[in-house]
Write a protein that binds this ligand. Structure first.
Ligand SMILES: [Zn+2]
Ligand SMILES: [Zn+2]
Length: 460
């Protein structure tokens, strides 16, 4: 999860658990990836500020009531708040459609919050950033690692083109999240003069995003398909290749464990590379850098680029009245917004292939989860096409069911028949006297005798 209340301000960015956002009065959403919307849903009941593009998608994706959505034009300055005013300017974050950075100005100083962003030199042309003194820079530190280099998205696109050219007879499946990488798909469609086939849900979203007209939901209309990233797996690759030679491309800046020879990861990232982060911080010269993803060591890398002008201190006077007012408000409302993270249905229509349930791959973060192509070891060739594949419907589910939860009766039986028995919830003596009694003797004991035993035990 990547959200926070900015210390000494009434501002919360990407944080939707109001109890954890004590002191926050103004709520901002940087973009619609799932790790930035945890807790945001239909019960949200206060103004939420975001870009116009995010505002268009929000009700559809997360059922946030439209009356609370406050789109703010990108590139313009807006004055918000009553008791404490904050000036905010939204800037394109170059990450995914609708994603923005926030420049906040107030008695607390000047803060730039990048959210997820991919730095580009054109950001140096932003009038509100040029020559600006930044007290605090909240920085997307996803790839803040000097050991890791990333090519530009354009170079990564060329890699994808090369891989596709090397497979002229193959269909191409591209694994993407529910938002992001749209321009890669457009570039490939244009490069190869083909439609990109997507699910009806994704097609509708492409229209909302006003993407170029290269997408269709008509199966077979094009030989490049975009599917959810979780569909790029060993078993789906096996299945697709039985129908038609198929390669899968995984555009991601994260490490990927490849388990099928036809899966090709390409380092296409929507987050800044380490060298881009350095260039950005060196140019911006903020007084301090705060990593957005906790646990990173990134501040040390930028020390030499920081401004020597002392930063404005957090304005502690804004905290008290704000905190009280929020607490009063939540008391009046009587309940906190419920955590509600809905994931819209977005499967492309299967073409006679049995797909594994997505429930096996629980939602963690939309684009920040470490991706792994799961290793399959039970299923060989033809069985998956029949619809009655034992390894997916029987064996695996059985295994999975057992590991998640056992039926109460089975648990009880194994607890009696298989030592050791946990004494955790019983007084030790009682366990010794009764629970560890051999099964044949246990059977002879009536329930009456059990009651008496318990009674006797507690009496002594
Ligand atoms: Zn993101
Ligand atoms: Zn993220």
């Amino acid at each position: 999860m990547a959200g926070s209340v900015l210390a000494g301000t009434p501002i919360a960015v990407d944080l939707w658990r109001v109890r954890r956002a004590a002191g926050a009065r103004l709520f901002f959403l940087s973009h619609l990836h799932a790790d930035h919307t945890v807790g945001l849903g239909s019960t949200w009941d206060r103004p939420l500020y975001c870009s116009p593009c995010t505002a268009r998608l929000l009700p559809r994706r997360l059922q946030v009531p439209t009356r609370w959505i406050r789109p703010l034009e990108v590139g313009e300055s807006h004055v918000l708040g009553e008791e404490v005013t904050v000036t905010v300017t939204l800037l394109d974050a170059n990450h995914c459609p609708g994603s923005v950075m926030f420049l906040f100005e107030g008695t607390f100083g000047t803060i730039l919050y990048t959210g997820d962003f991919r730095y580009t030199r054109t950001m140096q042309g932003e009038p509100v950033l040029r020559g600006r003194h930044i007290d605090r820079l909240y920085l997307d530190n996803t790839h803040c690692n000097p050991q890791q280099s990333l090519p530009s998205r354009q170079q990564a696109t060329h890699q994808a083109v090369r891989i596709i050219r090397q497979h002229p007879q193959h269909q191409v499946v591209i694994g993407v999240y529910s938002l992001g990488k749209e321009m890669l798909l457009v570039d490939l469609a244009v490069e190869f003069s083909t439609w990109v086939v997507v699910s009806p849900w994704r097609l509708e979203q492409m229209r909302l995003l006003e993407m170029p007209d290269v997408f269709t939901s008509e199966e077979g209309a094009g030989w490049i398909r975009a599917v959810d990233v979780t569909e790029i797996r060993w078993d789906t690759l096996v299945s697709w290749n039985m129908l038609h030679p198929t390669i899968a491309i995984l555009p991601t800046g994260r490490p990927v464990k490849v388990t099928h020879p036809n899966i090709y990861p390409i380092p296409y990232s929507d987050h800044s590379s380490f060298s881009e982060l350095c260039e950005f911080v060196k140019w911006l010269k903020p007084c301090s850098v705060i990593p957005i993803l906790k646990g990173g060591m990134c501040e040390a890398y930028f020390q030499e680029y920081l401004s020597s002008i002392p930063p404005a201190l957090p304005d502690l006077s804004v905290l008290k009245p704000v905190q009280e007012s929020v607490q009063q408000q939540s008391k009046r409302n009587g309940q906190q917004p419920r955590c509600l993270l809905k994931r819209a249905v977005r499967h492309s229509v299967p073409r006679g292939v049995v797909y594994e349930s997505l429930e096996k791959y629980p939602e963690t973060s939309e684009e920040c989860r470490g991706f792994e192509v799961p290793q399959q070891n039970c299923c060989e060739s033809t069985c998956c096409l029949t619809g009655g594949c034992a390894c997916h419907t029987g064996k695996e589910k059985g295994k999975e069911g057992q590991s998640r939860e056992q039926p109460a009766a089975a648990t009880a039986a194994s607890a009696v028949s298989q030592a050791p028995v946990s004494n955790e919830h019983f007084p030790t003596g009682l366990a010794e006297q009764y629970l560890l009694t051999p099964l044949n003797i246990l059977k002879q004991n009536s329930s009456q005798k059990f009651d008496k035993l318990v009674e006797d035990f507690f009496r002594t």
